[in-house]
Design a protein around this ligand. Structure first.
Ligand code: NAD
Length: 366
């Protein structure tokens, strides 16, 4: 059963189309600040509860980023790897058709797992409105996530935190977990700004060199061989060993639940920036806070993607997107860190309170 509380969810749809076999969910969590925003994921295991949790995360992320959006999420039960492109198109179109009564008036879609710009093309065309979703191809006026909005935002969150801690970016040693969309841009921007990248991981393992990794060379090796672990010179470690390298900063940009309870004592980072979603739990963040490790939570650090979506939604350009990502991530990370310091609580609990207050104020106004 979904957890109904003071925010929502306002609406839960379960939709099914016997012709295509499409079976999906849309959860509109809260629309006090605007239409519910959130991507659609296509996985064989997605269920109503998962979509509800993700929709709530979007309510908080959009409120904290101070965007005129509520929170929502879509899910389609299908195995992307087992269906043809034609079948996928039929399913996405059937989902779009079923959501027409509420999209785009109460729900604005976007890509999530196994959905990308082409799927958004199908979704928008079937809906009939270009406002139905963001993350569309550029020939439809879209701003692709491939421009790096999330990873660049993660860099700005890191920069603010580094200044807040009175550290010098040029003397920092940084480890980045994951070298996909988010990790690539975060690693590039942090090394372009003078920090020393000493470890980077992907699904094959970690490449570590205490004297530093050259970003351009790393990029070339990844493109040519498919993994960062072929970079030379460097030591190859198992993926989970990213937690043991002697870096000052860890940027997470891959898997959920990377940091577990048993890892807390061995971590030596001064700062952890959550570029990925749910790399740990709030309880573990609490323990890291007590240990003196500053953690910038996911819904503060990785909001660049939804900020980019907003710019696309209002018809802005890629340049507008880069400016707004810098402005909003910088401002919101500063507010959260200053509040957290004043109250001696985790940045997450502070960010949660700020987002909650904004949603409640908007609910009072309508
Ligand atoms: P991606 O698929 O582009 O890249 C994922 C990377 O993680 C790849 O380099 C992969 O090799 C690596 N990886 C997989 N397993 C690993 C392991 N065990 N150890 C180390 N690396 C491993 O994904 P992405 O879009 O960069 O997303 C990464 C995270 O950021 C996810 O949690 C996602 O939900 C979150 N996020 C992404 C965006 C976005 O705009 N892309 C926005 C917000 C949050």
């Amino acid at each position: 059963m979904p957890n109904f509380d003071e925010f929502g969810p306002e609406k839960i749809f379960e939709v099914y189309d016997p012709k295509s076999g499409m079976h999906g969910f849309l959860v509109i969590d809260n629309t006090a600040r605007g239409p519910g925003k959130g991507g659609i994921r296509m996985t064989p295991t997605v269920d109503k509860e998962e979509v509800c949790r993700l929709a709530r995360a979007m309510t908080l992320k959009c409120a904290l980023a101070d965007l005129p959006f509520g929170g929502a999420k879509g899910g389609i039960i299908a195995d992307d790897k087992k269906i043809s492109k034609e079948k996928k198109k039929e399913i996405v179109e059937a989902f779009s058709d079923a959501l027409k009564p509420v999209c785009p008036s109460q729900y604005v879609s976007a890509p999530d797992m196994n959905m990308a710009e082409e799927e958004m093309r199908w979704f928008a065309n079937k809906n009939g409105s270009m406002k139905a979703c963001t993350g569309k191809p550029s020939d439809m006026g879209g701003i692709p996530h491939e421009l790096g909005s999330t990873g660049i935002g993660v860099f700005y969150a890191t920069k603010v935190a580094v200044e807040h801690m009175n550290l010098d970016m040029k003397k920092l040693k940084v480890a980045v977990e994951g070298f996909g969309n988010v990790g690539w841009f975060a690693a590039k921007w942090i090394s372009d700004h003078g920090a020393k990248l000493i470890a980077v991981s992907d699904s094959k393992g970690v490449i570590y060199n205490k004297d530093g990794l050259d970003f351009d060379k790393l990029d070339e090796v990844k493109k040519k061989t498919g993994t960062v672990t072929n970079y030379k010179p460097g030591e190859v470690l198992a993926s989970e060993k990213i937690l043991d390298v002697d870096a000052d900063v860890l940027i997470t940009a891959a898997i959920p639940d990377l940091i577990k309870e048993k890892d807390v004592n061995r971590l030596k980072f001064k700062l952890i920036v959550e570029g990925s979603n749910i790399p740990t739990t709030p309880e573990i963040e609490e323990k890291l806070h007590k240990k003196g490790i500053l953690v910038i939570p996911d819904f503060v650090a990785n909001a660049g993607g939804v900020i980019s979506s907003y710019v696309e939604y209002i018809g802005g350009t890629a340049d507008d997107m880069f400016k707004l990502v810098e402005e909003k991530i910088t401002k919101n990370t500063k507010i959260v860190l200053e509040e957290a310091k004043k109250k001696n609580v985790t940045p997450r609990s502070c960010a949660f309170e700020i987002a909650k207050k904004r949603v409640i104020e908007s609910m009072k106004r309508i």
